[in-house]
Design a protein. Structure first.
Lengths: 326, 495
């Protein structure tokens, strides 16, 4: 057999020490964002489609499935959520495959603020983090004090990570300074908690806007930029993920600051998740191949990841009944 | 406003291993899905026949240099038999209603689609190009050309060439080794739709997919003699060119051979189309969509190992972004996976032949000798077979050979420009005129540049995109005539 060489993985050199520029005015912010390279929509779709043809086999696939599981933010954001349901998900998060202790736990459990305390209690002693949506999720249509109170409540109940939404109305009408200041304020309210900034790319309309919103959020102090709430028609797509991965790569190269990416909404199959890992690897490089920098916000995805993981280990297609239902 | 950079949130959870590099395990397509005979005859008058002189030659797998099969070498007498068969088949074929000819073309298209996996593997084995490209580009486009021209067969009166355009007659068609099946489709589909019969001469190093196509034509029950396939080397091609019984000649290949053909055909008045070499320029302005431009540069020169007549083998980059573009370009070059063409994750496959490898090596050596700076991917190359690592030359002067001569390999020559005028002047500073790419987010500039480029094809924020409905062809030393689209019919109609 002839070997294929070249890892595919992008080698990205990140300077040590953080040099994130201080944004002193809305005009300055506008200049920075306007200076970003445009995105060609046809080209970005073609690149994402090409990377979707990568074929992950054997050991690569086994490792990638384990990693994808460890990157899941197991999510329940329904009006019908109850403490009992959240408790069941906590058990799943700690030990996703009840029959296989070698299966890694997920990265975090993501809930509404009122259920953070429940999640915290049931995840005590585990490494699974508690994430909470806040800032008037999912529309973000509330005044800043209300949003900050939302964050404070989640923090007080023990959230390790806060998933905020940006004000898309403000962004689309050009009030960039307002969006920026809200993120800065929320970041401050987060304290030591990690801040994930949801761009709601399905409402931004263009890839240029996705790139600008990504940079705006990163300049304002986001620890993660996140695609979607999962509550609008279009959520994470491969081209959007590609643009955001390019943004975090370029931001890290120019500032030394590594910002994570969370892909959320609509990702249901292991195959899709692995394709996103390929996108991350070939676009941003190995720094983004760990749960500290890449997450999947999903509910049903975990089930398919577990089934595929079993198939890889047993050599036979696993039955749906082997994975618990919460 | 001010912001504190984040950071605390990124502390690793501490229990999960990193994947490190996503190092792809081998994912080879199975070579067992295609059966290759030990020896092939000539496809004449609906049958595989032995060549008159019983001469044959080996076709190799360029990835291993191991022989795949022996293929007949057609003599002048064999070519004559093929032309005679095409002549005999012509009256009935050209008299068929267009809708009837269309049925055959649709059928061929469908069988190519049904056998696409087998054809993709066969093409990869014989040519050396990655399976991803044969699977996703060559074979679907070949099927697409038959499908597209099937649609024209009963609409020729509405193609803009008069109310009742007639076929030329017997078409001699000589195709190159870089896209063997696709070039056969480019030649055969419009010729057959227009009611011509054909004698096709595949390239010496890549005859197998054309011979598989012969099998497909039989499967489609195409009448005997409508398409004849004669394998051989340059001498066989010359016999076809010289044959007095052909009514039309179409050639795709090098400018040098194109010149010889045109010389041989002098004073014969034979309709001729030539699709020849190129030295395409990818022009990147400072307002280009950079990430997509990098992919376009990569696609432009490393697609099909650079064995593409319209390859973007010159990169003209605005000085203001040259450092940034080159930094990103090197990163992408380092990522390219070079190796087993049958591996689904291979980006760059094998060089088609020892002769082509020697030609690339010679020009690269000339580039170094003339003072250009060479950057070559450090990727290890397989020991057997013909391989050349992706290479980028900077500090290239317009007078260097690597800036002027077609290398037809994975070698890019980078030059810079300061103004749009200079970009146009440098892009046009070539004897060729096949294709260029323009990368800018400013539409007015793209149009201004495109109008001034002397090239048959100009892509805007794209490169190496092909479609059966889109005409393709060159100007100046890149040839004349168009293939594809409505324009592609003209070569095969007596207009």
């Amino acid at each position: 057999m002839i070997a294929a060489s070249g890892p595919g993985t992008a080698v990205v050199e990140i300077p040590s020490g953080s040099r994130v520029p201080q944004v002193a005015s809305e005009a300055q912010l506008r200049t920075v964002l306007a200076g970003l390279s445009g995105v060609d929509a046809v080209g970005v779709a073609a690149r994402a489609a090409k990377l979707a043809t990568r074929s992950l086999k054997r050991e690569t696939k086994r490792r990638a499935l384990d990693l994808a599981i460890a990157m899941v933010d197991l999510t329940t954001l329904e009006g019908a959520d109850t403490p009992g349901h959240v408790a069941a998900l906590c058990a799943k998060a700690r030990r996703p495959d009840a029959e296989d202790p070698t299966c890694p736990p997920v990265a975090a459990l993501c809930v509404y603020p009122d259920l953070v305390a429940t999640a915290r209690a049931h995840l005590a002693g585990s490494a699974v983090r508690v994430a909470s949506v806040a800032t008037a999720f999912p529309a973000g249509r509330a005044s800043l004090p209300v949003k900050l109170a939302d964050v404070a409540e989640a923090r007080a109940a023990g959230a390790d990570e806060i998933d905020m939404v940006i004000d898309r109305g403000a962004f689309l009408s050009g009030r960039l300074g307002q969006v920026f200041e809200e993120i800065v304020a929320v970041k401050e309210a987060c304290g030591p908690a990690a801040l994930k900034v949801i761009l709601e790319t399905g409402e931004l309309g263009t890839y240029d806007n996705v790139r600008r919103a990504s940079w705006l959020a990163m300049l304002a102090g986001a620890d993660f930029i996140k695609t979607s709430t999962g509550k609008v028609a279009v959520s994470a797509t491969p081209p959007v993920a590609l643009v955001m991965l390019e943004a975090v790569r370029d931001f890290a190269e120019s500032t030394g600051q590594v910002v994570g990416v969370k892909l959320a909404g609509g990702i249901r199959s292991a195959k899709e998740a692995l394709r996103y890992l390929v996108l991350a690897s070939e676009t941003a490089g190995s720094t983004w191949l760990e749960p500290g920098t890449l997450r999947f916000g999903a509910s049903s995805l975990l089930t398919d990841l577990l089934l595929q993981r079993r198939s890889q280990r047993t050599g036979a297609y696993a039955r749906r009944e082997h994975v618990s239902v919460e | 406003m001010s912001s504190e950079p984040g950071g605390q949130g990124l502390a690793s959870t501490g229990r999960v291993s990193r994947l490190g590099d996503l190092d792809y395990a081998p994912a080879p397509e199975s070579a067992a899905i295609v059966s290759i005979a030990d020896a092939y005859g000539l496809y004449i008058d609906g049958h595989f026949t032995d060549p008159e002189r019983h001469e044959s030659f080996a076709t190799l797998n360029p990835a291993t240099a191991a022989p795949l099969a022996r293929v007949a070498r057609a003599s002048a007498a064999d070519v004559d038999a093929a032309v005679q068969a095409a002549r005999r088949a012509l009256p009935a074929w050209s008299a068929l209603p267009g809708a009837e000819r269309a049925k055959y073309l649709f059928r061929i298209s469908r069988i190519i689609q049904e056998r696409q996996r087998e054809l993709a593997v066969l093409e990869t084995l014989d040519n050396g190009k990655p399976i991803r490209e044969t699977r996703d580009v060559d074979i679907p486009l070949a099927a697409g050309h038959f499908f597209y021209y099937a649609g024209w067969a009963d609409k020729l009166a509405f193609a803009g060439f008069g109310p009742d355009p007639r076929p030329r007659g017997v078409a001699g068609q000589i195709i190159p080794w870089n896209f063997p099946l696709l070039m056969a489709a480019w030649k055969l589909a419009p010729a057959l739709a227009a009611g011509n019969t054909c004698v096709l001469k595949p390239a010496e190093t890549t005859p197998l997919s054309a011979l598989a196509l012969a099998d497909i034509l039989e499967q489609a029950e195409l009448p005997a003699g409508v398409v004849n396939i004669v394998t051989g080397d340059g001498a066989t091609g010359a016999d076809l060119v010289d044959h007095p019984g052909i009514d039309k000649l179409a050639f795709t290949g090098s400018t040098e051979v194109g010149r010889q053909i045109q010389r041989r055909l002098a004073a014969r008045g034979l309709p001729l189309t030539l699709e020849l070499g190129g030295k395409g320029a990818n022009i990147v302005f400072d307002d280009a969509p950079l990430d997509e431009a990098i992919e376009g540069i990569i696609d432009g020169i490393f697609f099909n190992q650079g064995h593409v007549c319209c390859a973007g083998s010159r990169l003209l980059v605005h000085e203001g972004v040259a450092d940034e573009v080159l930094r990103r370009l090197r990163r992408r070059v380092d990522q390219l996976r070079v190796g087993d063409p049958l591996d689904k994750n291979t980006d760059v496959g094998a060089i088609n032949s020892a002769a082509q490898l020697a030609r690339i090596g010679e020009l690269v050596a000339a580039g170094e000798a003339e003072g250009a700076t060479r950057y070559t991917s450090a990727c290890p190359l397989p020991a057997a077979g013909y391989w050349f690592a992706p290479t980028v030359f900077t500090d290239v002067a317009p007078a260097h050979r690597i800036a002027r001569e077609e290398i037809f390999g994975p070698v890019l020559a980078v030059m810079t420009f300061r103004t749009p005028e200079e970009a146009v002047a440098k892009a046009n500073d070539t004897t060729y005129g096949l294709a260029c790419g323009v990368w800018s987010e400013k539409g007015s500039r793209t149009l201004w540049v495109a109008q001034r480029l002397r090239a048959g094809v100009v892509w805007a924020n794209a490169y190496n995109r092909f479609d059966p409905a889109s005409p393709f062809g060159g100007v100046r030393e890149s040839g004349f005539g168009r293939e594809g689209g409505r324009h592609g019919l003209e070569a095969y109609l007596d207009v």
